[in-house]
Design a protein around this ligand. Structure first.
Ligand SMILES: *Cc1c(COP(=O)(O)O)cnc(C)c1O
Length: 378
């Protein structure tokens, strides 16, 4: 929506929500409820034609041979670690600043997460920092394409292939993001993604997917997500139950048709933030390498006045968030990591602030956020 064409009809902006899922889904009109209704009428809710169609469409979108819709993003990572036989005694490289699911998947499989600090400008882990943490026990690397920008995957793949280590992308925040010309989910040996409702490609409930070009791994994941079975009542391995249901698949097929448009809307907002906030106070803006086309799951700035700025924005009815206020190694569930020294991550957790960004955010709303930030530093 261009502010100029609707300025007369719009009431003045008096606040900006951090993210309005209601608005995002309303943009699809009745298409989402029609899709759900269609499934209700067929009476086929699990492992049916909607899932098969979505898996084909999303695989094609990402440019990957195999896609499996699974229960959620956490289980997508777990299924891949299990498919690669990673467990007890194995080490897995993970970013120290990420949503905790990346770590939990590793721990859940009995393996040990080995945290790597991010590059402060891109927020992602790099091949150089990973190299220092490799041991004879390292079996996998899980780069997270944090905030919607991919890691420098060619460099990470070169290192991993040199050492014979598996690379599993955590693409939960990066559906549609490009690294050079390739899409997230097509950049490693395999990828896990999440369709949690607020992700760039979000379902109407929990959901996730596993993608890979490796036919052997694909076959294993197909078994592991469905009781170790691909033929009803024949069970070849000890499997679990982690399947994307028909209603979610039907809704995701609708949302996939608009993913590129929604991501472009996010990019337009990010461009305005970046050009307008340059040089304001001590703000450090997100850095985008020239090979990267991010999808801005979050727009994250850094400032040493973070808490005061967040308070001021809250007073102006502007929603912000911190991703993430407590790094995984400082969580109560990981006492064995409590004394790890990860100074970049710890400092970033006190300085980072995620600004409102959503496909339905108007130019007037973005301007309102920028004005409030400028007033804070004035
Ligand atoms: C959301 C998210 C996950 C987990 O996805 P769920 O579907 O909520 O289980 C994993 N990793 C990252 C980086 C995420 O943002």
């Amino acid at each position: 929506m261009k502010a100029t064409s609707v300025a007369l009809k719009e009431k003045p902006v008096d606040g900006v929500p951090f993210f309005s899922l209601k608005d995002v889904n309303a943009a699809y009109g009745s298409r989402l409820s029609d899709a759900v209704q269609r499934v209700v009428e067929t009476g086929w809710f699990i492992m049916g034609p909607e899932l098969a169609a979505f898996e084909k469409e999303f695989a094609q979108y990402c440019g990957v041979a195999h896609c499996f819709g699974v229960g959620n993003g956490l289980e997508a990572i777990i299924l891949l670690l299990k498919a690669y036989d990673i467990g007890q005694g194995d080490e897995v490289i993970v970013p120290s600043n990420t949503f905790i699911a990346t770590w939990l998947a590793v721990t859940y499989c009995g393996a040990t997460p080995v945290p790597v600090e991010p590059d402060q400008n891109t927020f992602n882990i790099t091949a150089d920092q990973i190299r220092d943490k490799l041991t004879s026990k390292t079996k996998a690397i899980i780069p997270v394409h944090l905030y919607g920008q991919t890691a420098d995957m060619p460099a990470i793949m070169q290192l991993a292939n040199e050492k014979g280590i598996v690379v599993i992308e955590d693409a939960a925040q990066a559906q549609g993001a490009l690294c050079h010309k390739d899409k997230a989910c097509a950049l490693g040996h395999a990828a896990a993604t999440s369709f949690y409702p607020t992700k760039n490609l979000g379902a109407l409930g929990d959901g996730g997917a596993v993608l890979t070009n490796d036919a052997k791994i694909a076959e294993k994941v197909a078994l592991l997500r469905n009781y170790g079975s691909t033929v009803k009542y024949q069970h070849q391995v000890i499997g679990g139950n982690s399947r994307l249901d028909e209603m979610q698949a039907a809704a995701l097929r609708v949302k996939l048709t608009r993913l590129d448009q929604d991501n472009q809307s996010r990019r337009d907002i990010a461009d305005v933030y970046t050009s307008s906030l340059k040089g304001i106070g001590d703000i450090v803006l997100p850095n985008v390498p020239d090979w990267s086309t991010p999808v801005w799951h979050q727009y994250v700035i850094r400032t040493t006045h973070r808490d005061a700025l967040q308070e001021r924005l809250k007073a102006a009815n502007i929603g912000t968030m911190v991703h993430y206020p407590i790094p995984p190694h400082k969580q109560a569930c990981y006492p064995e990591f409590a004394n790890n020294s990860l100074p970049i991550t710890e400092q970033m957790s006190t300085e980072m602030l995620s600004l409102p960004i959503s496909p339905t955010q108007t130019v007037a709303q973005t301007d309102y956020v920028i004005d409030a930030i400028k007033k804070f530093y004035a």
